[in-house]
Design a protein around this ligand. Structure first.
Ligand SMILES: [Zn+2]
Length: 394
C-alpha cells in the first residue's frame, strides 16, 4: 500500500472522533485564556493516541504541548492548534475546526511514523487566546518553538489560500502626568496633561509624512481629563504601531516613543510608556514549506490553492514564524461563496459537513507534508536554509 493510501486509511478511521472534537468545541465556545473545556478535549484525544501531554505549558493554564517521539531520532514537526472563541458569536473565527485540523494532523503523522519506523518527533501545541492576548507570542518568548524544524497550521476561510504575511504590531500605552489647577482662577499653577496627549497625536501626524507605505499607526484617547474647568493632571492614550518588517517596526516604535517624550517635554508633563497587550512579530512564510503543503493539498483533491491574500492585520503566528520555519495557510469552510469572518454565519460554516470534509483533506495533506520533511533531508535543508536567510534579513 502506498503512503498516500496508508494516510487515507488512518485519516478515515480518525474522522468520527475528530469531527466530534470540532463540534464539541464549537458548541461550547470559550473566550481566550478560559478555554478549559477545549484544552481538555484536545489533550484527551492526543493522550488516547499515545502522545505525552504537558498541560499548563510554559505556565499558561489553557496551553498544552503534546509530543510523540519515534524509536529513532529525527526532525521535529509541529502543528499549532487554536480553540478560543469570540464574545457573543461563539466560533465566528472557526478556531474550533482549526484546532481539530492540527490535532488530527499530529495523530495521523504519528501513526505513520509508527507504521513505517522512520525517525522523528511529532508535536501538537495548544495555543490559547489568538483573538486577544495571543499566547503564541508568550510561548515563543519562552523558547517553546526554538527546537522545531517546521511548524504548520491553517485557518478557516472562504477559499484555499497559500500562507501569506501579516504586520508586526506593538501596542503602546502613553500615560501623561501633569498638575491639576483651577483652569480659570489659577491656570499658571497647572501642567496640562491633555495638551501633552494632543501634542502626541500632532507629532505622530507630522511624522506620518515619512512613514514607509506598510506602516500603520493608529490610536485613541482613553482618558482626556474629567472637567473643562479643571486642568487635567492625567491623560492616557493607546496606540497600535504596525509594520511589515521587524527592523522597521523597531525603528518606528522608537520614533513614536520620541513623539511622546517630546510632547511631555513641551509643557513639562511626565510620560510613562508601556505595552498594554502582547507584541506580535510580522508573519514570515517559509515558501519552501508552503510549496510542499500546497502540492500535497492538490494531491489529496483540493481543486486549487489561491495566492496568499494581502493582509494588513496581525497575528501571534508571526512570533512563531520568527522562531522556526512556519506556514499559516487558509482553507475553505464555505461551499456557497464568501462569508466574512467574525460573524455568526462564519460560525455556522465552521460546523458544516462541507467544512469537516475539508478538515480531513487538510489533515491528510499535513501528514503527507510531515512524512516528506522527515524522509527527504534535502527538502528539510531547503526549508531551514530559507529560514536562516529570512532571519538574517528581517
Ligand atoms: Zn482566527
Amino acid at each position: 500500500m502506498s503512503t498516500f493510501e496508508v494516510i487515507k486509511q488512518y485519516a478515515d478511521a480518525l474522522e468520527p472522533e475528530l469531527k466530534a472534537l470540532s463540534i464539541a468545541i464549537h458548541d461550547h465556545p470559550e473566550l481566550g485564556e478560559q478555554e478549559v473545556f477545549a484544552c481538555q478535549q484536545h489533550c484527551a484525544l492526543l493522550e488516547k493516541y499515545g502522545f505525552q501531554v504537558e498541560k499548563n505549558f510554559t505556565g499558561l493554564p489553557t496551553a498544552f504541548k503534546a509530543t510523540y517521539r519515534s524509536a529513532k531520532p529525527g526532525p521535529t514537526i509541529a502543528f499549532l492548534a487554536e480553540y478560543d472563541a469570540l464574545p457573543g458569536i461563539g466560533h465566528g473565527c472557526g478556531h474550533s475546526i482549526l484546532g481539530a485540523v492540527s490535532t488530527g494532523a499530529g495523530i495521523v503523522a504519528k501513526q505513520l511514523l509508527e507504521q513505517t519506523g522512520i525517525g522523528g518527533v511529532i508535536e501538537v501545541y495548544g495555543t490559547p487566546a489568538e483573538e486577544t492576548n495571543g499566547n503564541k507570542a508568550l510561548m515563543a518568548d519562552a523558547g517553546a518553538f526554538d527546537q522545531v524544524d517546521a511548524a504548520m497550521m491553517t485557518h478557516p476561510s472562504d477559499n484555499y489560500y497559500r500562507s501569506g504575511s501579516s504586520l508586526g504590531i506593538v501596542p503602546l500605552r502613553f500615560e501623561f502626568f501633569g498638575k491639576t489647577a483651577h483652569a480659570a482662577a489659577c491656570p499658571e499653577m497647572g501642567i496640562n496633561a491633555l495638551h501633552a496627549v494632543i501634542s502626541l497625536f500632532n507629532n505622530i501626524s507630522a511624522l506620518r509624512e515619512h512613514f514607509q507605505p506598510d506602516a500603520r499607526v493608529h490610536g485613541v484617547i482613553k482618558d482626556g481629563g474629567k472637567a473643562a474647568n479643571v486642568v487635567p493632571d492625567y491623560t492616557m492614550a493607546e496606540f497600535y504601531v504596525r509594520a511589515d518588517k521587524k527592523s522597521y517596526l523597531e525603528k518606528l516604535v522608537g520614533q513614536v516613543k520620541n513623539c511622546a517624550e517630546a510632547a511631555a517635554l513641551s509643557n513639562g508633563a511626565k510620560v510613562k510608556i508601556s505595552n498594554f497587550e502582547a507584541c506580535y512579530d510580522n508573519m514570515i512564510t517559509n515558501e519552501a514549506l508552503s510549496d510542499l503543503f500546497t502540492e500535497k493539498l492538490l494531491e489529496v483533491g483540493v481543486p486549487q490553492v489561491l495566492d496568499a491574500r494581502p493582509s494588513k492585520g496581525s497575528t501571534d503566528a508571526g512570533n512563531v514564524s520568527q522562531r522556526c520555519p512556519m506556514i499559516h495557510g487558509h482553507f475553505s469552510i464555505s461551499d456557497h461563496g464568501s462569508v466574512p469572518g467574525h460573524t455568526v454565519e462564519f460560525a455556522a460554516c465552521a460546523a458544516s459537513d462541507y467544512a469537516h470534509q475539508q478538515m480531513m483533506l487538510n489533515v491528510r495533506a499535513f501528514a503527507m507534508s510531515a512524512y516528506e520533511l522527515i524522509t527527504k533531508p534535502e527538502l528539510l535543508q531547503k526549508v531551514k536554509d530559507e529560514f536562516k536567510h529570512a532571519m538574517e534579513n528581517r
